[in-house]
Design a protein around this ligand. Structure first.
Ligand code: ZN
Length: 172
C-alpha cells in the first residue's frame, strides 16, 4: 500500500493485528503491537521507551509509563502533541467480551507486562526499524500461511525463516 507520494504506508488494520497476535509466538512483539494499538502510541517516542511501573509514577519521571490499577491498565505520557501537560492518565479496561485477543488486562498485562519487573523498559533496546522487521516478517508469514492454507502454522517459525533469507520457494 502506498501513500499519496508513493511512499509505503504501513497501516495495520484491526483484523490483521488480531491475526498477527493469534499467530505470532513472541510475547514481547505482540505486547508492543497491542500497547501501541490500544493507546494509539507513536512507536519511537511513546511505545519503545515505555516503562513498566508498580503504581502511578510522579509526573515527568518517565517519557511513557504503564501500570495496573485495579481492573484498569493505565498509561501516562510525559508529552503529547497539543497537550503540553502530558497525556493525563489514560485508562483501559478489560475487553474480553468483544475482543479477547486484544484485552489490555488479560493479554497485554497478564501475559507479558506482569512478568516484567517494575522500573524496567522492556523495549528499550529495540529500534523502530527492528519493529518494522518484526511486522513485515509476521505479515509475510501470514500471507504465506494463507497462501499455503496452513493458518495454524506458528508465524514466528516462518518469520524466522524469512529473516534468515530463506527463499520463498523453500519456505513453501
Ligand atoms: Zn480481559
Amino acid at each position: 500500500m502506498c501513500g499519496q507520494f508513493g511512499r509505503p504506508k504501513l497501516a495495520i488494520q484491526r483484523t490483521m493485528l488480531k491475526a498477527m497476535i493469534a499467530h505470532d509466538g513472541v510475547p514481547s512483539h505482540t505486547a508492543l503491537w497491542l500497547i501501541a494499538y490500544i493507546w494509539l502510541l507513536r512507536l519511537p517516542s511513546e511505545a519503545l521507551p515505555m516503562c513498566v511501573c508498580a503504581s502511578e509514577p510522579a509526573r515527568g519521571v518517565y517519557q511513557a509509563a504503564v501500570w495496573r490499577e485495579g481492573d484498569n491498565i493505565c498509561v501516562l505520557l510525559r508529552s503529547r502533541k497539543n497537550l503540553q501537560g502530558g497525556s493525563g492518565v489514560l485508562r483501559r479496561a478489560c475487553c474480553c467480551e468483544g475482543s479477547p485477543l486484544m484485552c489490555p488486562v488479560h493479554i497485554l498485562w497478564d501475559k507479558f507486562l506482569a512478568n516484567v519487573p517494575s522500573g524496567t523498559k522492556p523495549w528499550l533496546n529495540v529500534s523502530a526499524a527492528q519493529v518494522l522487521k518484526w511486522i513485515r516478517g509476521a505479515l509475510l508469514a501470514l500471507t504465506v500461511c494463507v497462501w499455503i492454507g496452513a493458518l495454524n502454522f506458528p508465524v514466528s517459525f516462518l518469520a524466522n525463516r524469512y529473516q534468515t533469507q530463506v527463499p520463498m520457494a523453500r519456505i513453501r
